[in-house]
Write a protein that binds this ligand. Structure first.
Ligand SMILES: [Zn+2]
Length: 199
């Protein structure tokens, strides 16, 4: 799978940086990796357990695939001037959003992240990467539900509290993907888990 992703990057003119570090700083925030559409760069922190960095590589490479395909969710995000960035600005109190805008942007991010996660799982499965797919999907679901909590709390999760790295959160998540609308429904058990372990 790694060879295929490296070949895809080369074909697309994307620079790959597999970094010998546990985290990458992006705009002052620690993250596990990213695909940068403007710089055409795929960067992943690889000084982590194999199951972690390989899943991050699969995920970020699928954001690259979405970009080059200009798939429906990517176009929707593009037409909204990047819902993820608008949410970041709102979290920073740099802009205000109406409840309708907030709802729309959260749905858009959940849509392209869900699409990306499904693509990533298909890629990991296709190349028979030795990784527990049930756990991967639970971790992905914990991230997808997080966006609904973010809109309620107006807060990102605390440092080192990523829901997909907090077993107490992800182990309570379903082992299959849900329809997009289901991620907007937070039952009380989930709210309590995010309150306790993420915020
Ligand atoms: Zn993503």
């Amino acid at each position: 799978m790694v060879d295929k992703i490296l070949a895809d990057c080369e074909r697309n003119g994307v620079t790959v940086n597999l970094v010998n570090a546990s985290y990458i700083k992006e705009n002052g925030v620690d993250c596990n990796g990213f695909f940068d559409e403007d710089e055409l760069e795929l960067r992943v922190a690889c000084k982590r357990a194999f199951q972690i960095w390989i899943a991050v590589l699969a995920h970020e490479s699928c954001h690259m695939d979405q970009y080059f395909e200009e798939c429906a969710c990517w176009l929707e995000n593009y037409n909204q001037n990047d819902a993820g960035i608008l949410l970041d600005l709102w979290l920073d109190n740099s802009i205000e959003l109406t409840p309708e805008q907030l709802n729309k942007y959260v749905r858009t991010v959940q849509w392209y992240e869900l699409d990306c996660e499904k693509r990533a799982m298909a890629k990991l499965r296709k190349f028979k990467v030795p990784i527990d797919m049930g756990i991967c999907i639970q971790q992905a679901n914990s991230y997808l539900f997080f966006y609904t909590m973010l809109a309620v709390k107006r807060k990102w999760y605390r440092k080192n509290r990523a829901p997909y790295e907090k077993k107490a959160i992800w182990e309570r998540m379903p082992k299959r993907f849900l329809p997009l609308d289901a991620y907007a429904q937070m039952h009380s058990e989930y709210i309590a888990l995010y309150d306790k372990y993420a915020f």
